[in-house]
Design a protein around this ligand. Structure first.
Ligand SMILES: Cc1cc2nc3c(=O)[nH]c(=O)nc-3n(C[C@H](O)[C@H](O)[C@H](O)COP(=O)(O)O)c2cc1C
Length: 378
């Protein structure tokens, strides 16, 4: 499975594992793949702790950090608006709709000793939020790549990473986005198709990957979206990708800190049970379809707000739902999370390194089958 990107990053398999869970990142890197920690939900102190842990458990192997700075978001001008100013922009009608939804499903309030911060849900998806996280990531010798989604990597990210000899990857959902990434001097383009979990565009992986490969050559391209097995990796390589970038498949691994009720729902779900919806962040993101997405996608209800206001609007509701999902039927129905169409293939819980090695084995079988077709099986 050796491609040039393996030599660039000094890894054995060109299989990239995006995860918010440090255990998955360390396990995949240790097993010869490349773990990438999704850091958007972390503050500086927590990111330091997560990276300390990965450095201690990745066996000296390289890994990456993903920051997510969108090209545009509400308040992105003039150095960014403060959380308090943004919170004041959430319309009262949306709050009333959400209160009503939670009361119809009988979701209990948070206990008085667990108050929410007023900027909860804002995360670090701004230039101001991401800059300190980038500095922390680049100070680690184990970090060999930083990634950005929802727009070209900002110039400060590319410059700082290159000064540290760290590669920059950018996620794209369209050929035009890929051209912008190349103009922004990124080193690796991740072509992520419609079927992916999380924020995603409208072009499928099968169509997007060859388009992007041709548009940015000789920049290496990783295929993402709809890849959770070695057969799918072989298909991605046939489309011209140098490797694959997977997110959903790790959510049901033993190491993943996925909510237990969500994990159960993922294990039971079919490939038809996801929806691309603005229900959770305000930007279209693929997630499990539940009464939560159905309520926001109903044309008679208030339209989801733009990013990051929607995330701020729903942060407390999502915490209330997650807290009660294990015990209360209404919260159990509502609870959901980002996942791609490959959720239909995620039918067992395995350790992350096993998932990686199973993918490699399946890839070898698939490649052998193609060779047999080519030479004509005896
Ligand atoms: C739960 C979840 C959260 C995600 N969050 C991010 C994120 O913060 N930043 C990012 O660049 N990509 C994010 N993604 C997208 C992944 O990086 C990856 O491109 C995608 O999962 C690939 O498709 P797949 O889900 O079919 O494997 C997320 C995906 C999932 C499933």
């Amino acid at each position: 499975m050796r491609t040039p990107v393996c030599d660039q990053l000094e890894i054995e398999f060109p299989i990239f594992a995006f995860s918010h869970c440090r255990d998955v990142v360390a396990a995949v890197s240790r097993a010869g793949g490349f773990g990438v920690l999704g850091a958007v939900a972390f503050g500086a102190e927590q990111l330091e702790q997560e990276l300390d842990w990965i450095d201690a458990h990745a066996g000296g192997k390289p890994y990456g950090v993903d920051l997510l700075v969108p090209a545009t978001y509400v308040g992105s001008g003039e150095g960014g608006l403060a959380g308090r100013d943004l919170a004041a922009m959430v319309p009262a009608g949306h709050k009333a709709f959400l209160d009503d939804l939670l009361s119809r499903f009988g979701v209990p309030p948070l206990p008085a000793d667990e108050p929410m911060r007023e900027d909860a849900g804002l995360l670090s998806w701004s230039h101001k939020g991401a800059a300190p996280l980038l500095d922390i990531a680049l100070a680690r010798p184990g970090v060999r790549m930083v990634a950005n989604a929802l727009g070209p990597a900002p110039a400060f990210m590319v410059e700082a990473a290159h000064e540290h000899d760290v590669l920059v990857a950018g996620l794209v959902g369209k050929r035009q986005h890929a051209e912008r990434q190349r103009a922004a001097d990124v080193d690796i383009v991740v072509a992520q198709g419609y079927e992916a979990g999380g924020h995603t565009g409208e072009v499928t992986t099968m169509v997007l990957v060859p388009e992007v490969v041709d548009a940015v050559a000789p920049t290496p391209v990783l295929a993402a979206g709809g890849i959770a097995s070695g057969r799918q990796i072989a298909a991605a390589m046939a489309l011209g990708a140098q490797g694959v970038w997977c997110g959903s498949v790790w959510l049901t691994t033993e190491e993943a800190e996925t909510h237990p009720v969500v994990k159960e729902k993922f294990l039971a779900a079919t490939s038809s049970d996801t929806v691309r919806s603005r229900a959770s962040t305000g930007k279209p993101a693929r997630q499990l379809r539940t009464p939560w997405t159905e309520a926001w996608d109903d044309p008679s209800t208030p339209a989801p707000l733009d990013m990051p206001l929607h995330g701020m609007l729903v942060a407390e509701a999502q915490r209330r739902i997650a807290r009660a999902a294990g015990t209360d039927e209404g919260a159990r129905q509502l609870v959901n999370y980002f996942v791609g169409q490959v959720v239909g293939q995620m039918n067992s819980t395995r350790p992350a390194d096993q998932v990686l090695l199973d993918m490699v084995k399946e890839f070898i079988d698939a490649a052998q089958r193609l060779t047999d077709i080519l030479v004509g099986e005896e």
